[in-house]
Write a protein that binds this ligand. Sequence first.
Ligand code: ADP
Ligand code: MG
Length: 403
Amino acid sequence: MARFKNIDSLGALTGKRVLVRADLNVPIGTDEEGQKYVTDDTRIRSIAPTILKLIKGGAKVMVCSHFGRPKGDVIPEMSLEILAQPLSNVTGKAVVFLNEATGDGVKETLDAMEDDAILLLENLRFHEGEEANDPDFAAALAANADFFVSDAFSCSHRAHASTVGVANILPSAAGLALEKELLALEEALGSPLRPVAAVVGGAKVSSKLDVLTNLITRVDHLIIGGGMANTFLAAEGIDVGSSLCEHDLAGTARSILAKAKEIGCKIHLPSDVVAAKEFKAHAENRVTSKEDVQKDEMILDVGPASIDGIITDLKDCKTLIWNGPMGAFEIEPFDMATVKLAKAAAELTTSGQLISVAGGGDTVAALNHAKAADNFTHISTAGGAFLEWMEGKKLPGVEILKA
Ligand code: ADP
Ligand code: MG
């Protein structure tokens, strides 16, 4: 199993200046008084243990991140300054914000700052060199630090100056959150306990083709739900009525099914479905066999018999990887299959029978909705990076931290 350089491998931290790459690209809302606030501080909380460990070890910590898409311009609305107070709240430390990420000002601020304070640098993407992984920008970032620690799995699929560039220059390590994430992912798909089940759902096959083609070579059961299942059912000659469906992908879907059969990966598609004429909460609906969907009906969820069958098979599995809801979970009652499966996976995990890893923006929302997320072995809040990992791609920001 691949090993990663961790904070301990950096050696003595006393007096060292450590640049921590975080993902502070958190969702921001505006309250009634027009004040901006962080609506979900999960990503801020996730980096606190790393920061506190570094400070405890005697290091001086500076935190860098991107925020939004300023594309190399200085856009005041995309300043990281509003994250200073939330970062202070979760760490219990003073946070000094600097409206720069490089230059002598960084050194001066670090020197002047209390040892256990945190320096928050300005949005990395105010510089074009960040996304271009410009060696000069990476060198400028590295110039004010002795060590580099990445704690941003969600950014590690991008080879940017702050994910790969600085890691090429400075002694580097994975932070505690990144280390935990990498171990969980390795456990789920690198060298998993078998049988392994993968659940892939969500809206479109086209957005997850590479995920499906990689998974059939790696897992024992591939459970396809959500809008994606419609494309596969249609490819098998089923009339899916007005369902969300990518008819032009029928050939691709058939070749995935054929390949899976050849390799011995069992594909699960729904045999009964929940159908409705309108895409809205509490729309009139009925449970029907997949063969009996009417022209004006949409499949909005996996049917109860199918989801019960899937749960029975899951009970024989030791590992589960999940991306994509089973149905239109945002509108009741079309959250039924997603919630049932989530609760079953959570119970199997709690009783020690299953290792469960899930990721994806809507998937995490769906598992929270089912009140199941806390019982999963690992929930990844990374969107693109999690999918690229499911596609079997090497993530540059992870590769560079291999020991
Ligand atoms: P994730 O963000 O976890 O990767 P996706 O973005 O791929 O997941 O998919 C989530 C979306 O898929 C949800 O908005 C959900 O409503 C939609 N969806 C799931 N099943 C269906 C369906 N049968 N018909 C239409 N939309 C669906
Ligand atoms: Mg999504």
